[in-house]
Design a protein around this ligand. Structure first.
Ligand code: NAP
Ligand code: MG
Length: 400
């Protein structure tokens, strides 16, 4: 077969441990035989981040901004234990995902891969629910304090111009606890744009929820900015595609979500997203089946798995053991990136290939060939056979 051509490269960010092993296998068995793959390669493995003083992460993120599409392997975020494990580390390097997110000013969208033989806990969910969590501010950048005596707290803003604005927070008659939080208009707007961009790319409805009946000014500002962006920049395209954007209160959204069939994108404030993403992930099944896309307001997309480098499996692999690590989320990161590249460059063959790769992987699972993490999640009586990672990828390759 003649290999499928690409015109523009995509950014390839290699990573660490077991996912780095899967990365190589996915490329060798499933992509390189079929696609004349063009990538700009950045090695974000911990040792190369150390050798480049983390410059490679910055370069990779800038390349993603320039080329518009990236695929990233899971990477180690060093902690104290890793500093002992890798004595050559000169610094406790920051999370690459944090660095990349800051440069792309992006929002992460997490979406489960759904299988007929693994029923979500919520039985009416037929299609995946994608969660978009705002990743800046509110409680996560708040200051807190306790006070011991009766008194009054005042919230004061001092402008650079010298102008001041002040509000009484509360007068209390005894010990109390306080919190000051903020968000930035630019961050909320970037979040809103990423959500509208991704909804259009996925051709799915977008929900946004907050609590503006109580936090009239704070959450009201989020609601207003989303509406403003929708009306001024996205409404026409949403209507052409028959998509809906709607705002509803967070409690109403939770109730509707549980009753829904799925198949939409749910944008949430930082804390709400923290809570609801774990709820949705757990209800759909397995961390190994969660994909993640970082979307910047200009439409740049970086695809990855939600899980980490699967360290425990890697140590077994190093001892020569065959592991049964699930490659699905990493594989879908690749197929997602290839499809996006195809869309941007108008390459229908590349889009079709990405789709067929996903179909082959899903078909293999539907036939009951799967990694061992999925076995306990399948419906009773489903004839499943647990295999190693390599055998699983070979079965996908045969089908592809
Ligand atoms: P993890 O790599 O996600 O693995 C936690 C456990 O979840 C595994 O031990 C395994 O359970 C199960 N699991 C996760 N992915 C799986 C897969 N594909 N197939 C089968 N089982 C899977 O989390 P971690 O062990 O807490 O973190 C390891 C490293 O990853 C850390 O250095 C962390 O910094 C990094 N990390 C990176 C990212 C990222 O780059 N986006 C995200 C999170 C963590 P069993 O062992 O029970 O089989
Ligand atoms: Mg959480």
């Amino acid at each position: 077969m003649e290999k499928i051509k690409m015109t523009t490269p995509l950014v390839e960010m290699d990573g660490d441990e077991m996912t780095r092993i899967l990365w190589g296998l996915i490329k060798d068995k499933l992509i390189l035989p079929f696609v004349d793959l063009k990538t700009e390669y950045y090695d974000l493995g911990l040792l190369n981040r150390n050798a480049t003083r983390d410059q490679v992460t910055v370069d990779a993120a800038r390349a993603a901004k320039r080329l518009g599409v990236a695929v990233k392997c899971a990477t180690i975020t060093p902690n104290r234990q890793r500093m002992e494990e890798y004595p050559e580390l000169t610094e406790m390097w920051k999370s690459p995902n944090g660095t990349i997110r800051a440069i792309l000013d992006g929002t992460a969208f997490r979406c489960p891969i759904v299988l007929p033989c693994v029923k979500p806990v919520v039985k009416n969910w037929e299609k995946p629910i994608t969660i978009a969590r705002h990743a800046y501010g509110d409680m996560y950048k708040a200051v807190d304090m306790t006070t011991e005596e009766p008194g009054t707290a005042v919230l004061t803003f001092k402008g650079e111009s010298g102008a001041e604005k002040a509000l009484n927070v509360q007068t209390v008659d005894g010990p109390a606890v306080w919190q000051g939080q903020h968000n930035k208009e630019a961050s909320i707007r970037a979040f809103a744009r990423s959500c509208f961009q991704y909804a259009l790319a996925q051709k799915q409805d977008l929900w946004f929820s907050a609590k503006d009946t109580i936090a009239k000014v704070y959450d009201g500002e989020f609601k207003r900015i989303f509406e403003e962006e929708y009306e001024s920049s996205y409404k026409a395209e949403f209507e052409t595609l028959g998509l809906a954007y709607f705002y509803t209160l967070i409690d109403d959204a939770v109730a509707r979500c549980v009753r829904s069939k799925g198949g939409f994108i749910w944008a949430l404030k930082n804390y709400d997203g923290d809570v609801m993403s774990d709820m949705v992930a757990a209800a759909f099944g397995s961390l190994a089946m969660m994909t993640s896309v970082l979307v910047s307001p200009d439409g740049t997309m970086e695809f990855e798995a939600s899980h980490g480098t699967v360290t425990r499996h890697y140590y077994r692999y190093l001892q020569g053991e065959k592991t049964s690590t699930n490659p699905m989320a990493t594989l879908f990161a690749w197929s997602g990136a290839l499809k996006r590249r195809g869309e941007l460059d108008n390459l229908p063959d590349l889009i079709r290939f990405g789709q067929r790769l996903e179909d082959a992987a899903l078909g293999t699972l539907k036939d009951g060939v799967m990694t061992k993490d999925l076995l306990p999640l399948t419906e009773p009586g489903f004839p499943a056979r647990g295999v190693g990672s390599e055998e699983f990828l070979d079965a996908i390759a045969a089908r592809l």
